[in-house]
Ligand binder design. Sequence first.
Ligand code: UD1
Length: 306
Amino acid sequence: GSEATVVVTGGAGFIGSHTVELLLQRGYRVRVLDNFSTGHRHNLPNSENLEIFADDIRDHEALRTALRGATACLHLAAQVSVQCSIEAPAESATHNVVGLINVLDAAADQKVPRVVYASSAAVYGDPQQLPLTETAATVPISPYGLDKLVDEQYARLFMRLHPLSTMGLRYFNVYGPRQDPRSPYSGVISKFLDVVARGESPKIYGDGLQTRDFVYVQDIAAANVAALESRETGVLNVASGNAVDLLSVVDTLAALTGRPITPRHYPPRDGDIRDSRADITQLRTRLGMCPQWALADGLRQLLPQP
Ligand code: UD1
Protein backbone atom coordinates (compact mmCIF):
# COMPACT_ATOMS: atom_id res chain seq x y z
CA GLY A 1 0.00 0.00 0.00
CA SER A 2 1.58 3.27 -1.13
CA GLU A 3 -0.13 5.50 1.45
CA ALA A 4 0.42 3.04 4.32
CA THR A 5 3.00 4.13 6.91
CA VAL A 6 4.68 1.63 9.21
CA VAL A 7 6.72 2.69 12.25
CA VAL A 8 9.54 0.26 13.06
CA THR A 9 11.11 0.64 16.51
CA GLY A 10 14.60 -0.80 16.56
CA GLY A 11 14.53 -0.44 12.79
CA ALA A 12 18.29 0.23 12.54
CA GLY A 13 19.13 -3.11 14.15
CA PHE A 14 19.67 -6.58 12.77
CA ILE A 15 16.08 -7.83 12.30
CA GLY A 16 14.72 -4.30 11.97
CA SER A 17 16.86 -3.22 9.05
CA HIS A 18 16.02 -6.32 6.99
CA THR A 19 12.32 -5.74 7.65
CA VAL A 20 12.59 -2.05 6.74
CA GLU A 21 14.15 -3.02 3.40
CA LEU A 22 11.31 -5.44 2.68
CA LEU A 23 8.65 -2.88 3.66
CA LEU A 24 10.21 -0.30 1.32
CA GLN A 25 10.30 -2.86 -1.50
CA ARG A 26 6.60 -3.51 -0.92
CA GLY A 27 5.84 0.21 -1.34
CA TYR A 28 5.31 1.23 2.28
CA ARG A 29 6.42 4.49 3.82
CA VAL A 30 8.61 3.63 6.79
CA ARG A 31 9.54 5.54 9.93
CA VAL A 32 12.40 4.06 11.94
CA LEU A 33 12.57 4.94 15.62
CA ASP A 34 15.89 3.82 17.07
CA ASN A 35 18.16 5.11 19.84
CA PHE A 36 21.20 3.81 17.91
CA SER A 37 22.65 2.11 20.99
CA THR A 38 23.23 -1.05 18.97
CA GLY A 39 21.61 -0.12 15.64
CA HIS A 40 23.51 1.62 12.84
CA ARG A 41 22.54 4.18 10.22
CA HIS A 42 24.57 2.19 7.68
CA ASN A 43 22.22 -0.78 8.15
CA LEU A 44 19.51 1.28 6.46
CA PRO A 45 19.10 2.17 2.79
CA ASN A 46 18.63 5.70 1.47
CA SER A 47 15.05 6.18 0.38
CA GLU A 48 12.67 9.10 0.08
CA ASN A 49 10.10 6.81 1.73
CA LEU A 50 12.24 6.35 4.85
CA GLU A 51 12.25 8.73 7.80
CA ILE A 52 14.52 8.29 10.82
CA PHE A 53 13.72 9.31 14.39
CA ALA A 54 16.77 9.01 16.66
CA ASP A 55 14.74 8.48 19.81
CA ASP A 56 14.33 6.05 22.68
CA ILE A 57 11.18 3.95 23.24
CA ARG A 58 11.19 5.11 26.85
CA ASP A 59 10.42 8.65 25.60
CA HIS A 60 6.59 8.97 25.44
CA GLU A 61 6.52 12.20 23.50
CA ALA A 62 8.94 10.92 20.84
CA LEU A 63 6.81 7.80 20.39
CA ARG A 64 3.62 9.80 19.99
CA THR A 65 5.26 11.99 17.37
CA ALA A 66 6.60 8.99 15.43
CA LEU A 67 3.25 7.17 15.55
CA ARG A 68 1.13 10.15 14.46
CA GLY A 69 -0.91 9.14 11.42
CA ALA A 70 0.79 5.74 11.08
CA THR A 71 -1.09 2.66 9.86
CA ALA A 72 0.82 0.11 11.92
CA CYS A 73 3.77 -0.30 14.26
CA LEU A 74 6.38 -3.05 14.33
CA HIS A 75 8.02 -2.95 17.74
CA LEU A 76 11.47 -4.57 17.74
CA ALA A 77 13.50 -2.22 19.96
CA ALA A 78 14.71 -4.11 23.03
CA GLN A 79 17.61 -4.99 25.27
CA VAL A 80 18.22 -8.35 23.59
CA SER A 81 21.05 -9.83 25.64
CA VAL A 82 19.96 -12.68 27.91
CA GLN A 83 23.22 -12.26 29.86
CA CYS A 84 22.65 -8.51 30.42
CA SER A 85 19.13 -9.27 31.59
CA ILE A 86 20.54 -11.55 34.29
CA GLU A 87 23.14 -8.97 35.36
CA ALA A 88 20.80 -5.94 35.26
CA PRO A 89 17.19 -7.17 35.36
CA ALA A 90 15.61 -3.84 36.30
CA GLU A 91 17.43 -2.00 33.52
CA SER A 92 16.37 -4.71 31.05
CA ALA A 93 12.75 -4.37 32.10
CA THR A 94 12.77 -0.61 31.47
CA HIS A 95 13.57 -1.35 27.82
CA ASN A 96 11.71 -4.59 27.35
CA VAL A 97 8.57 -4.13 29.45
CA VAL A 98 8.14 -0.38 29.98
CA GLY A 99 9.22 0.16 26.36
CA LEU A 100 6.43 -2.09 25.06
CA ILE A 101 3.89 -0.47 27.38
CA ASN A 102 4.90 2.93 25.99
CA VAL A 103 4.50 1.67 22.43
CA LEU A 104 1.03 0.21 23.13
CA ASP A 105 0.01 3.35 25.01
CA ALA A 106 1.18 5.67 22.23
CA ALA A 107 -0.49 3.45 19.59
CA ALA A 108 -3.79 3.60 21.49
CA ASP A 109 -3.39 7.36 21.94
CA GLN A 110 -2.62 7.96 18.25
CA LYS A 111 -5.26 5.47 17.10
CA VAL A 112 -2.74 3.26 15.32
CA PRO A 113 -4.83 0.12 14.82
CA ARG A 114 -2.12 -2.56 14.52
CA VAL A 115 0.93 -3.39 16.63
CA VAL A 116 3.20 -6.35 15.91
CA TYR A 117 5.99 -6.90 18.43
CA ALA A 118 8.98 -9.19 18.95
CA SER A 119 8.50 -11.90 21.52
CA SER A 120 10.91 -14.81 21.83
CA ALA A 121 11.23 -18.56 22.18
CA ALA A 122 12.74 -17.56 25.53
CA VAL A 123 9.18 -17.39 26.93
CA TYR A 124 9.15 -21.21 26.92
CA GLY A 125 12.26 -21.60 29.06
CA ASP A 126 13.55 -25.16 29.10
CA PRO A 127 11.18 -27.05 26.78
CA GLN A 128 9.47 -30.11 28.24
CA GLN A 129 8.24 -31.43 24.91
CA LEU A 130 9.26 -30.82 21.31
CA PRO A 131 8.24 -29.43 18.93
CA LEU A 132 7.01 -26.40 20.87
CA THR A 133 3.47 -25.37 20.07
CA GLU A 134 2.17 -21.96 21.13
CA THR A 135 0.14 -23.65 23.87
CA ALA A 136 3.23 -25.16 25.56
CA ALA A 137 3.96 -24.09 29.14
CA THR A 138 5.74 -20.74 29.46
CA VAL A 139 8.32 -20.92 32.23
CA PRO A 140 11.08 -18.42 31.41
CA ILE A 141 14.55 -19.08 32.81
CA SER A 142 15.91 -15.53 32.34
CA PRO A 143 14.64 -12.01 33.05
CA TYR A 144 14.73 -11.51 29.28
CA GLY A 145 12.28 -14.39 28.75
CA LEU A 146 10.04 -13.11 31.52
CA ASP A 147 10.10 -9.58 30.04
CA LYS A 148 8.81 -11.00 26.76
CA LEU A 149 6.14 -13.08 28.49
CA VAL A 150 4.93 -10.01 30.39
CA ASP A 151 4.90 -8.14 27.04
CA GLU A 152 2.49 -10.73 25.65
CA GLN A 153 0.17 -10.20 28.61
CA TYR A 154 0.27 -6.41 28.28
CA ALA A 155 -0.52 -6.72 24.59
CA ARG A 156 -3.52 -8.90 25.38
CA LEU A 157 -4.70 -6.48 28.06
CA PHE A 158 -4.39 -3.47 25.75
CA MET A 159 -6.59 -5.24 23.19
CA ARG A 160 -9.32 -5.39 25.85
CA LEU A 161 -8.91 -1.77 26.86
CA HIS A 162 -8.47 -0.16 23.43
CA PRO A 163 -9.50 -0.68 19.82
CA LEU A 164 -6.11 -2.12 18.95
CA SER A 165 -5.05 -5.41 17.39
CA THR A 166 -1.71 -6.93 18.33
CA MET A 167 0.38 -9.94 17.47
CA GLY A 168 3.51 -11.18 19.26
CA LEU A 169 6.06 -13.13 17.26
CA ARG A 170 8.08 -15.69 19.17
CA TYR A 171 11.30 -15.74 17.19
CA PHE A 172 13.54 -18.78 17.56
CA ASN A 173 17.30 -18.68 16.74
CA VAL A 174 17.64 -15.95 14.14
CA TYR A 175 20.79 -15.66 12.02
CA GLY A 176 21.85 -13.72 8.95
CA PRO A 177 23.80 -10.71 7.65
CA ARG A 178 24.33 -7.75 10.05
CA GLN A 179 24.16 -9.83 13.22
CA ASP A 180 27.24 -8.47 14.92
CA PRO A 181 29.45 -11.51 15.75
CA ARG A 182 31.47 -9.63 18.41
CA SER A 183 28.48 -8.57 20.45
CA PRO A 184 27.71 -10.56 23.61
CA TYR A 185 24.20 -11.44 22.40
CA SER A 186 25.18 -12.62 18.96
CA GLY A 187 24.07 -16.08 17.93
CA VAL A 188 26.28 -19.10 17.46
CA ILE A 189 26.14 -19.02 13.64
CA SER A 190 27.48 -15.45 13.43
CA LYS A 191 30.25 -16.42 15.82
CA PHE A 192 31.16 -19.52 13.79
CA LEU A 193 31.31 -17.53 10.54
CA ASP A 194 33.44 -14.83 12.11
CA VAL A 195 36.08 -17.24 13.41
CA VAL A 196 36.05 -19.41 10.28
CA ALA A 197 36.64 -16.29 8.13
CA ARG A 198 39.76 -15.61 10.23
CA GLY A 199 40.95 -19.20 9.88
CA GLU A 200 40.38 -19.96 13.55
CA SER A 201 38.51 -22.84 15.22
CA PRO A 202 34.91 -22.40 16.30
CA LYS A 203 34.19 -22.88 19.99
CA ILE A 204 31.61 -25.43 20.96
CA TYR A 205 30.23 -25.37 24.48
CA GLY A 206 29.54 -28.99 25.38
CA ASP A 207 29.41 -31.93 22.98
CA GLY A 208 27.93 -30.00 20.05
CA LEU A 209 24.90 -32.25 19.85
CA GLN A 210 22.57 -29.62 21.29
CA THR A 211 19.99 -28.60 18.71
CA ARG A 212 18.39 -25.31 17.73
CA ASP A 213 15.73 -24.17 15.30
CA PHE A 214 17.73 -21.72 13.18
CA VAL A 215 15.72 -19.28 11.08
CA TYR A 216 17.16 -16.96 8.45
CA VAL A 217 16.53 -13.25 8.98
CA GLN A 218 14.85 -12.92 5.57
CA ASP A 219 12.14 -15.35 6.71
CA ILE A 220 11.76 -13.29 9.89
CA ALA A 221 11.32 -10.12 7.82
CA ALA A 222 8.68 -11.84 5.66
CA ALA A 223 6.82 -13.01 8.78
CA ASN A 224 6.93 -9.48 10.22
CA VAL A 225 5.38 -8.01 7.08
CA ALA A 226 2.76 -10.78 6.87
CA ALA A 227 1.84 -10.13 10.53
CA LEU A 228 1.54 -6.39 9.92
CA GLU A 229 -0.80 -7.06 7.00
CA SER A 230 -2.87 -9.65 8.87
CA ARG A 231 -5.70 -9.14 11.36
CA GLU A 232 -4.77 -12.21 13.39
CA THR A 233 -4.06 -11.57 17.06
CA GLY A 234 -2.27 -13.39 19.87
CA VAL A 235 1.15 -15.02 19.63
CA LEU A 236 2.89 -17.11 17.03
CA ASN A 237 6.12 -19.12 16.72
CA VAL A 238 8.41 -17.86 13.96
CA ALA A 239 11.02 -20.49 13.11
CA SER A 240 12.06 -22.91 10.40
CA GLY A 241 10.45 -25.90 12.09
CA ASN A 242 13.71 -27.87 11.82
CA ALA A 243 16.25 -28.67 14.52
CA VAL A 244 19.94 -28.85 13.68
CA ASP A 245 22.82 -29.69 16.01
CA LEU A 246 25.99 -27.59 16.18
CA LEU A 247 28.26 -30.30 14.76
CA SER A 248 26.03 -30.38 11.67
CA VAL A 249 26.32 -26.60 11.36
CA VAL A 250 30.10 -27.01 11.38
CA ASP A 251 29.90 -29.84 8.82
CA THR A 252 27.71 -27.75 6.51
CA LEU A 253 30.15 -24.84 6.77
CA ALA A 254 33.04 -27.15 5.96
CA ALA A 255 31.19 -28.51 2.92
CA LEU A 256 30.37 -24.99 1.69
CA THR A 257 33.89 -23.65 2.13
CA GLY A 258 35.55 -26.84 0.91
CA ARG A 259 37.89 -26.75 3.91
CA PRO A 260 37.96 -28.94 7.00
CA ILE A 261 36.84 -27.16 10.16
CA THR A 262 37.83 -28.54 13.54
CA PRO A 263 35.87 -27.10 16.45
CA ARG A 264 37.34 -26.80 19.94
CA HIS A 265 35.15 -28.08 22.76
CA TYR A 266 34.64 -26.21 26.05
CA PRO A 267 32.47 -26.98 29.08
CA PRO A 268 28.74 -26.47 28.50
CA ARG A 269 27.48 -22.92 28.97
CA ASP A 270 25.58 -22.17 32.20
CA GLY A 271 21.83 -22.00 31.72
CA ASP A 272 21.91 -23.48 28.21
CA ILE A 273 18.93 -25.52 27.08
CA ARG A 274 19.63 -28.81 25.30
CA ASP A 275 17.16 -28.85 22.41
CA SER A 276 14.73 -26.47 20.78
CA ARG A 277 12.36 -26.79 17.85
CA ALA A 278 9.17 -24.98 16.94
CA ASP A 279 5.91 -26.31 15.62
CA ILE A 280 5.15 -23.79 12.87
CA THR A 281 1.65 -24.97 11.95
CA GLN A 282 0.16 -21.65 13.12
CA LEU A 283 2.69 -19.63 11.14
CA ARG A 284 1.49 -21.48 8.04
CA THR A 285 -2.23 -21.47 8.77
CA ARG A 286 -2.70 -18.07 10.40
CA LEU A 287 -0.18 -16.02 8.41
CA GLY A 288 0.01 -18.21 5.31
CA MET A 289 3.76 -18.12 5.67
CA CYS A 290 6.20 -20.82 4.74
CA PRO A 291 9.90 -20.34 5.63
CA GLN A 292 11.93 -20.30 2.41
CA TRP A 293 15.50 -20.57 3.61
CA ALA A 294 17.19 -23.91 4.23
CA LEU A 295 20.18 -23.64 6.58
CA ALA A 296 22.73 -24.36 3.82
CA ASP A 297 21.28 -21.54 1.68
CA GLY A 298 21.38 -19.09 4.56
CA LEU A 299 24.95 -20.06 5.44
CA ARG A 300 26.01 -19.67 1.80
CA GLN A 301 24.75 -16.05 1.87
CA LEU A 302 26.98 -15.37 4.86
CA LEU A 303 30.18 -16.68 3.31
CA PRO A 304 32.35 -14.41 1.17
CA GLN A 305 30.87 -14.69 -2.33
CA PRO A 306 33.24 -16.27 -4.87
C1 UD1 B 1 18.75 -18.03 21.87
C2 UD1 B 1 18.61 -16.53 21.70
C3 UD1 B 1 18.12 -15.90 22.92
C4 UD1 B 1 16.90 -16.60 23.44
C5 UD1 B 1 17.19 -18.08 23.61
C6 UD1 B 1 16.02 -18.87 24.15
C7 UD1 B 1 20.20 -15.81 20.03
C8 UD1 B 1 21.48 -15.14 19.79
N1 UD1 B 1 19.88 -15.96 21.33
O1 UD1 B 1 19.78 -18.33 22.75
O2 UD1 B 1 17.81 -14.54 22.68
O3 UD1 B 1 16.53 -16.10 24.66
O4 UD1 B 1 17.56 -18.58 22.36
O5 UD1 B 1 15.22 -19.38 23.18
O6 UD1 B 1 19.48 -16.19 19.13
N2 UD1 B 1 27.39 -21.92 21.39
C9 UD1 B 1 28.59 -22.51 21.10
N3 UD1 B 1 29.62 -21.71 20.68
C10 UD1 B 1 29.49 -20.36 20.54
C11 UD1 B 1 28.24 -19.77 20.83
C12 UD1 B 1 27.22 -20.58 21.26
O7 UD1 B 1 28.76 -23.71 21.23
O8 UD1 B 1 30.46 -19.70 20.13
C13 UD1 B 1 26.27 -22.80 21.80
C14 UD1 B 1 25.56 -22.35 23.05
O9 UD1 B 1 26.20 -22.83 24.19
C15 UD1 B 1 24.18 -22.97 22.82
C16 UD1 B 1 24.01 -22.91 21.30
O10 UD1 B 1 25.31 -22.76 20.76
O11 UD1 B 1 24.16 -24.31 23.25
C17 UD1 B 1 23.15 -21.75 20.82
O12 UD1 B 1 23.62 -20.58 21.43
P1 UD1 B 1 23.12 -19.11 21.00
O13 UD1 B 1 23.28 -18.93 19.55
O14 UD1 B 1 23.79 -18.15 21.91
O15 UD1 B 1 21.54 -19.14 21.23
P2 UD1 B 1 20.65 -19.64 22.47
O16 UD1 B 1 21.43 -19.86 23.67
O17 UD1 B 1 19.82 -20.76 21.95
